[in-house]
Design a protein around this ligand. Sequence first.
Ligand code: C2E
Ligand code: MG
Ligand code: MG
Ligand code: MG
Length: 293
Amino acid sequence: HADSAMYRAKEQGRNNFQFFAPWMDSQVSNRLEMLINLRRALDQDEFKLYYQPKLSLQDGRLIGAEALIRWESPQQGMVPPDRFIPFAEEAGLIVPIGEWVLRTACRQNQAWQQAGLPPIPVAVNLSPRQLNQSLPDFVAGVLAQSGLAASWLELEITENVVMKDAEKSVATLHALKRLGLQISVDDFGTGYSSLSYLRRFPVDALKIDKSFVRDIVRDADSAAIVKAIISLAHILNLRVIAEGVEDEEQHAFLKENACDEVQGYYFGKPMEVAVFTAWMSEQAQAGQVLSCK
Ligand code: C2E
Ligand code: MG
Ligand code: MG
Ligand code: MG
């Protein structure tokens, strides 16, 4: 009955507070509270983007960054994305939140370049709902407004994003690629196991999910899967990046097996803008930034 109440609440529109009625169970009122809080978060600018470095495995140089959203809630403190993105997706709020993320990441990247830092691509995560026909026009508008060249924007999509409606997704991805940006498949290996789309979809890179990376040293199956994904990527002419790298043993394994890029706490945690900017400046001064896209 909770779901049908939620449905009715959605049907009756935005600011309808009559739903805090005595008949409502606590699950429903929690969800409505979350919905109202997330809406307020958007209006009041409570979201922040953190940036995590991606490094080239060959020489350890900075080769890009991933933008990761955080919610600084006045009530709950720092809320990680896994605790509110699924809800935002369900409630339809992911579209405006995702637009904020794209605008903010592109503006920030352009600001870094204007400050004289060597250009790097910044990756933004996309939810399934965002990948619709209007996305390419929206992205083109954001790029134009920010002044950022498309080659410094990367979009990370999961396998599930594209498999939801494969035909439409192919068309949308091609339209996005025509803008000149990069597309990578996030959490690779955890979603649908169909590999045929890898040939049909215009993607540039695969990101090996951190659950495989976590176990590569202890678990032979994970090691084999990681090796297979690296081979698959290279056969298909794709870059391959390992996420969630936490120690030297994992780093050594990935290097030995010719993975292209790494991302993880071992090299750098997601950092707030000021910290990332200072860190990137140091890297740039030491010649440790690779601007090659
Ligand atoms: P993801 O895109 O796969 O991002 C990688 C996650 O792994 C991030 O978690 C990052 O902080 C974490 N991570 C990085 N290095 C390590 C490591 O060495 N060890 C471990 N254990 N974790 C590591 P985070 O920031 O909590 O984000 C979680 C997920 O939330 C992301 O997974 C992504 O799916 C989603 N997300 C984050 N930002 C956005 C956004 O702006 N829009 C959308 N739609 N989703 C987002
Ligand atoms: Mg990602
Ligand atoms: Mg991932
Ligand atoms: Mg993930």
